[in-house]
Design a protein around this ligand. Structure first.
Ligand SMILES: [Zn+2]
Length: 309
């Protein structure tokens, strides 16, 4: 099977931030960043990011100045240093404790929106920073207590880690690996429809979480076999995509089918079918729709179409 290169970067990648992990435990540097009049704060409210221009299809991230951020920081939610952007400190601040944070902010700051679906329209790098903020604040708001002894934890490393003062355990942000794969038999590709998909006509690549003690290739073969009964041979890596919805990274593959007969696991999928190249090139004519353009699933499908005869 041909190795198919990634034709362009995936959405949510390409962050302009220097994560300065070496400075996270430097109290003096951190105090300086917090005092900096140039600091930028990315608020997160129940997993939503602050954006403006979305209604006009020209969304852009809204960052708060230290003064504007003070009101939402007073709510006492977690915050963390994300990094430096051309030397300017960038923080994430969770304001979920506020019933509605918008009245706390200067007027016309934008709306709190779900980042999914807007990523492809945002200026380069902004989707990545907002995804970073969302993912880290999700972890912070849901891992407040020690998983070892149950005691309340305290933030460390400028909000990028948690430590238990009772038993000494340290806790770090979680990123759960998920494999996502386009299975092909050369001429056709295997796509499935799940009840969880946003559109009733949408067919997409199969996907699933990696389990403990499993390689990525093994996870690809197991998930495809479980969901469709198709046996998979060769597995080739394509690209990855941060997917903080809420806490994953998508690891994309092309995989070679060794069998043809599909049996769908009804707990996972409503349907799965083989689609020819012509059908995938013109899904409307074939009566289905493809996943969103900012998804790695779409990249796997398009790169297969463009790079194989
Ligand atoms: Zn503990």
């Amino acid at each position: 099977m041909l190795s198919i290169p990634a034709s362009r970067p995936n959405a949510y990648t390409g962050s302009p931030l220097d994560r300065v992990s070496n400075l996270r435990d430097d109290a003096e540097a951190l105090a300086g960043f917090l005092r900096s009049p140039d600091a930028l704060f990315a608020p997160v409210w129940h997993g939503r990011n602050l954006l403006r221009g979305a209604a006009e299809n020209r969304p852009e991230a809204v960052f708060l100045s230290p003064d504007a951020a003070q009101a939402v920081r007073m709510a006492g939610g977690p915050w963390a240093l994300l990094g430096l952007w051309d030397g300017r400190p960038v923080f994430a601040v969770d304001c979920s404790a506020a019933e509605d944070p918008l009245p706390l902010l200067p007027e016309g700051m934008g709306s709190l929106l779900d980042l999914r679906g807007l990523a492809g329209l945002l200026p380069a790098g902004e989707a990545s920073i907002l995804a970073h903020a969302r993912g880290l604040m999700h972890w912070r708001t849901r891992h407040r207590f020690c998983g070892v002894c149950g005691h309340g934890c305290e933030p460390r490393s400028a909000g990028n880690a948690m430590a238990c003062p009772n038993c000494g355990a340290q806790h770090f942000p979680r990123t759960d690996p998920a494999v996502i794969m386009l299975v092909t038999d050369g001429a056709r590709c295997l796509l499935g429809h799940s009840a969880r998909f946003p559109a009733a006509t949408m067919y997409s690549t199969l996907a699933g979480f990696v389990e403990p003690g499993e390689s990525l290739e093994e996870a690809v073969r197991r998930e495809v076999l479980e969901e469709s009964a198709i046996r998979v041979g060769e597995v080739r890596y394509h690209s990855s995509q941060p997917w903080p919805f809420p806490a994953s990274i998508m690891l994309g593959f092309h995989a070679e089918a060794l069998s043809e007969a599909i049996t769908v696991d009804p707990n996972e999928l409503r349907d799965a079918r083989w689609f020819t190249r012509d059908e995938v090139r013109d899904p409307e004519a074939a009566g289905f729709s493809l996943p969103r353009v900012d998804s790695i699933a779409r990249r796997l499908i398009e790169d297969w179409l463009e790079n194989t005869p």
